[in-house]
Design a protein around this ligand. Structure first.
Ligand code: AQP
Length: 339
């Protein structure tokens, strides 16, 4: 399989399962904005079909869908440069997802660590959708023949599964139809951690609001949460290697690095030896400087939901223009009778 025959194309998505976090911003949206440009066609999605793999109140879901869209727009995703839409408006996702349910193997799904983490001891009570969601994610990506998928570290295994599904489909049907997509996991913030426990990922649906920065938090709240973030007692090390085994310190340095477009090494070179009483206020000021304009713009956009809906509707039309021929060809390959 050569990937040269596929147009360089980026696809990625975010679930509207709650408000956006700093993890979504640094691990995903900021990097999505960076990939907009001449090197790639870029397609960004609000993956609402994924959100309902766990219960979502319908009113909250619609609101969260608009909020994720507002987050994309406020951070710099430009609908003139990128296709921006919500997944359920392009029915081809669900249809290709079904075909991939018939390609993916149960044994592959059983190895997905995110399902194990999310289901915990209650796997029997989870929806079938939560278990099957990686094959819908493969459909999201492959419906556009996407060659590159920027994601946070937690999604790496799902993109690898996407490659397995593409390879099995191509092999079983003796075609060279789906690309082997490359996961793009780069930069200092591919895994932003919980502010109260540096061993857990920062999540939208985490229990306490103090463990995450929400993209809608105001300046005082951002500042308070970062100043109260859990740390150990030691000052910042003089060398970046000294962060090993100090997850909370590592996390705050990584956040500082990602917000200021520096490497963690450069942050330590500048602030090594500083105590938390010095470093945390600097981090809080930096976070407010970078995030407050985005949250302000999100609030402005959210005040006009009809405009967000219009942008998503237009994006869905553009997405369908790419997706429909790919699905049609897939049905032909599989042997579905069509008029
Ligand atoms: N903490 C994080 N650090 C870096 N990247 C992250 N992403 C999410 N959390 C972090 C990245 O954001 C993109 C969209 O993720 P998602 O919302 O679709 O799914 P998720 O990873 O399950 O996000 P949450 O916040 O943990 O949602 P809930 O709590 O509802 O399950 C992905 O690229 C992801 O890697």
């Amino acid at each position: 399989m050569t990937e040269a025959k596929f147009t360089p194309r980026v696809f990625s998505g975010i679930k509207p399962s709650g408000g956006l976090t700093l993890g979504n911003y640094l691990g995903a949206i900021k990097r999505f904005v960076g990939m907009q440009g001449p090197a790639f066609e870029t397609i960004y999605c609000v993956v609402d079909l994924h959100a309902i793999t766990v219960w979502q109140d319908p009113v909250d879901l619609r609101n969260a869908t608009r909020e994720v869209a507002a987050g994309y727009l406020a951070a710099g995703i430009d609908p003139a440069k990128s296709v921006l839409f919500n997944q359920s408006q392009v029915h081809e996702h669900a249809e290709l997802g079904w075909i991939f349910n018939c390609v993916a193997r149960v044994g592959w799904m059983n190895r997905m660590t995110q399902f194990k983490e999310k289901a915990g001891a209650n796997a029997e009570k989870q929806s079938l959708g939560l278990y099957a969601y990686p094959s819908l994610m493969a459909a999201d990506i492959l419906l556009y023949h996407a060659t590159h998928v920027p994601v946070g570290e937690d999604q790496k295994q799902h993109v690898e599964l996407t490659r397995d599904i593409a390879a099995k489909f191509n092999h079983d049907y003796k075609v060279d139809f789906f690309p082997l997509t490359t996961p793009v996991i780069d930069g200092p913030a591919t895994r932003v951690m919980n502010l109260r426990d540096g061993t857990k990922k920062m999540s939208k649906s985490g229990e306490s609001d103090m463990e995450r920065i929400n993209m809608t938090d105001d300046a005082d709240t951002i500042s308070k949460k970062l100043k109260k973030a859990r740390t150990d007692a030691a000052p910042l090390p003089e060398k970046v290697e000294g962060l090993e085994g100090r997850p909370e310190a590592q996390n705050l340095v990584d956040i500082f690095a990602a917000l200021s477009d520096m490497t963690p090494e450069a942050v330590i070179a500048e602030h090594g030896g500083a105590g938390w009483g010095t470093f945390k206020p600097l981090l809080a000021d930096l976070a407010v400087e970078k995030l407050a304009p985005i949250s302000g713009e999100m609030a402005r956009l959210m005040a006009d939901p009809a405009e967000i809906d219009r942008i998503l509707g237009q994006g869905a039309e553009k997405a369908r223009a790419i997706a429909a021929p790919v699905l049609k060809r897939t049905y032909d390959i599989v042997g579905m009778l069509r008029n």
